[in-house]
Design a protein around this ligand. Structure first.
Ligand SMILES: [Zn+2]
Length: 486
């Protein structure tokens, strides 16, 4: 081939690649634009009532326990409206209780919708807070207290939307369940895992779940943006204990290898597990949605996240942001290392440690454990599994997802919806195990400060946020019913 021909071939290839780059974008999500007729309501008045309930609910300090009191409080509200409900206690620990109420649909055998939240909250250190964390105090239009966002706020929004469906006599095509669950914050033994194992029958006829896991946010992803991150996937967890042993010795004459050094060398190499960036369909759709509210050239790149050339640019952005890194790769956190030191000049005989590895959904947690164990053998480090859990994912084209994506943007014009893969886990990971399709969304726009309040200090939710949440929930439930009957 002559030089000229080679030159033409290269130019032709470049041209094809440029055309491909411009022409082919990722697909994005498929929101359903709301069609159903919804009664006009005074959501402001409703949110004032919900605010009082949220204050009272926060005052029941359900710190990793006492859920029964929380469940009885919710039950009292349902009782007043004449809606039957039942409390399910954990055997031997009646204090750890969940609450369930149902509104029956025309067809009770399929496609039911569950609104779920957890009753328990995490601890709050009063000295870090501006108000006592369990006072449920209202200042202006804001309710303060542990659980306001995670996740009693969502529970109250769901409860009031549920009450409205009953009160306005909305004809339901399918069952609607309100389910408040115990023990989410300590890995769900007395809550979701117990219900899935021992009371699986309560989920008969249900297909979709609206849970926590995602939130609306404002000004976070992009200045001025309003983004509803709808969680549809959660990463899995591989928690490992590590141990290296050797003969102790004098610090002045170290052997080639000894326990502490083996551990450090091993930990150095094990971090390579987190080097590879993976963009699956849902993450590509997440970037695509962000592209829709970004300016050129960002918009161009974000809508083409899997284009090999543009990916090089995007990778730089991902690598500089810990949240984006967690969404796109397996992560490795060194959560413990201890050489059990004695004195400056003593090489100790044992070093222990721990690793918290989070794997993307679809990857095998046992295989990851075996891989790390094999690497440990290379360095003389014993690796044992403390907890292995797979990731979970619900489909991006699931009806509830598409309804939510369409309704949030209709209620809040100028906002966008994105599919969201969360690095942490919620009860959805257990509910997905029995085939339920779960989507996580606190349907309100939160600032980064408000999101920091989750498990942090000064957690709060405003009355306008409750109002938006009730409106989105009520309209989404009606739209879901409309779509399911089509
Ligand atoms: Zn939570």
């Amino acid at each position: 081939m002559s030089l000229k021909k080679i030159g033409i071939t290269i130019l032709a290839l470049i041209a094809i690649f440029i055309i491909y780059t411009i022409a082919f974008t990722e697909k994005g999500i498929k929101p359903i634009q709301p069609e159903a007729i919804v009664p006009n309501l005074d959501y402001s008045a409703l949110s004032e009532e919900a605010a009082k309930d949220l204050q009272a609910y926060i005052r029941i300090a359900t710190i990793r326990g006492r859920e029964k009191e929380g469940a009885l409080f919710l039950k009292s509200i349902l009782d007043k409206r004449g809606i039957p409900s039942r409390i399910i206690e954990y055997p031997g620990k009646p204090d750890r209780a969940s609450l369930l109420a149902e509104l029956k649909g025309k067809d009770t055998t399929k496609e039911g919708l569950i609104l779920t939240s957890h009753i328990d909250v995490v601890e709050a250190d009063a000295k870090d807070w501006d108000v006592p964390p369990f006072s449920g105090v209202r200042k202006g239009d804001r309710i303060h207290g542990r659980g306001a966002v995670d996740v009693k706020g969502l529970g109250i929004m769901q409860l009031h939307a549920f009450l409205l469906i009953h009160e306005k006599k909305i004809p339901l095509e399918r069952n609607l369940m309100f389910l408040a669950i115990a023990d989410e914050e300590s890995r769900s033994e007395h809550g979701a895992r117990f219900l899935v194992d021992k009371h699986k029958e309560i989920f008969n006829g249900y297909e979709y779940v609206w849970n926590e896991g995602g939130t609306g946010s404002k000004d976070i992803a992009i200045k001025g943006s309003k983004v509803f991150n709808i969680q549809l996937a959660e990463k899995g967890a591989v928690w490992l204990d590590l141990k290296a042993k050797s003969i102790p010795g004098h610090g002045s004459t170290p052997p080639v290898s000894y326990a502490a050094k083996s551990m450090v060398d091993f930990l150095q190499e094990v971090q390579n597990i987190g080097n590879k960036t993976v963009i699956k369909d849902e993450t590509a759709a997440f970037f695509y949605s962000l592209g829709a509210i970004s300016n050129f050239p960002d918009s161009f790149v974000l809508k083409r996240s899997r284009n090999p050339l543009l990916f090089i640019i995007l990778k730089g952005v991902i690598n500089s942001n810990r949240h984006l890194r967690a969404m796109t790769r397996n992560t490795v956190s060194l959560t413990g290392i201890d050489s059990h030191p004695i004195g400056m000049n003593v090489i100790t005989s044992e070093t222990t440690g721990s690793l918290d590895i989070r794997i993307l959904p679809g990857q095998d947690e046992k295989k990851m454990f075996e891989e790390v164990k094999a690497l440990g053998e290379k360095y003389g480090v014993e690796v044992s599994a403390r907890h292995l859990e797979s990731g979970s994912i619900s489909p991006m084209d699931g009806l509830l997802f598409r309804v939510l994506a369409g309704t949030v943007t209709a209620v809040e014009p100028g906002s966008i919806a994105t599919p969201f893969l969360s690095p942490g886990t919620t009860d959805s990971s257990y509910l997905r195990q029995i085939g339920l399709k779960c989507y996580g969304l606190i349907p309100a726009l939160l600032s980064s400060e408000e999101i920091d309040g989750i498990h942090g200090k000064n957690e709060s939710m405003s009355v306008p946020q409750l109002k938006m949440g009730i409106e989105i929930l009520f309209k989404s439930i009606i739209e879901y019913n409309h779509q399911v009957a089509k």
